[in-house]
Design a protein around this ligand. Structure first.
Ligand code: C5P
Length: 219
């Protein structure tokens, strides 16, 4: 049997990271979260105090971007940055940089090199459609806006965050979906060779089992 390459895309909040991290652990594959790379580049731009409205400044910054993952931990220019990448200020600015073609080209090139040899699950928004068009298995994960909003709302309550209403969360998700799906370069699309999984009514364990079974059949 031979380890394969799995490409995964899906909407924000559909549970891609949690689901596929578990799959990777079970089958002994490496999990690559490409969203973290865009987050790390945004962090660099914040640190360098660049003007987010200037495509020129963003493009120039690519030269200074050195991103690595060591033992599952992300490093930006040699410094570990793990926890910082989920902060709100990063999400606020990220879509200024995810739309710049030169930034995407650089990321795509790096993301292709990361999976040489097989045994990888790479997750993002343009992995099935742009980065790994020849992947052995392509998956598109989605859940309804209502379900994603409810999950986030309940997650917030567990964390003690009470200042976001369910409706506010729903509107934010609608906006993020639109940004991801309507961008000119590397938009989120469902390719016709992808396995579409709607997990609105499925638990993570259900989806993990389905995917693990499928990959084992293909190895
Ligand atoms: O998946 P995550 O929420 O961490 O992604 C952060 C941002 O990076 C999102 O706004 C998403 O649109 C963008 N992204 C992207 N291409 C990818 C992965 C993420 O444009 N392959």
């Amino acid at each position: 049997s031979k380890k394969i390459i799995v490409a995964v895309d899906g909407t924000s909040g559909s549970g891609k990271t949690e689901t596929f991290k578990r799959v990777a652990e079970i089958i002994g594959y490496e999990f690559i979260d490409t969203g973290l790379m865009y987050r790390a580049f945004t962090l660099l731009a914040i640190n360098e105090k660049i003007d987010f409205n200037s495509t020129l400044e963003i493009t120039r910054l690519i030269e200074k971007f050195n991103y690595q993952v060591k033992n599952g931990k992300p490093y930006l220019n040699g410094k570990e940055i793990g926890d910082r990448l989920r902060d709100n200020d990063i999400v606020k600015y990220i879509n200024f940089i995810t739309v710049v073609p030169e930034v995407r080209n650089k990321m795509v090139e790096a993301q292709r090199k990361m999976v040489l040899g097989g045994g990888f699950i790479e997750v993002g928004r343009d992995i099935t459609s742009v980065v790994l068009t020849d992947a052995d298995l392509k998956i598109y994960l989605d859940s309804s806006i209502e379900v994603r909003a409810k999950r986030r709302y309940e997650q917030n309550l567990l964390l003690g965050i009470t200042d976001e209403s369910l409706e506010g969360i729903k509107q934010a998700i609608i906006k993020r979906d639109a940004t991801d799906k309507n961008r000119e370069v590397g938009p989120l699309i469902l390719t016709n060779d992808a396995w579409f999984i709607d997990n609105s009514n499925l638990s993570i364990v259900n989806v993990v089992d389905m995917v693990v079974k499928k990959i084992k059949e293909m190895e």
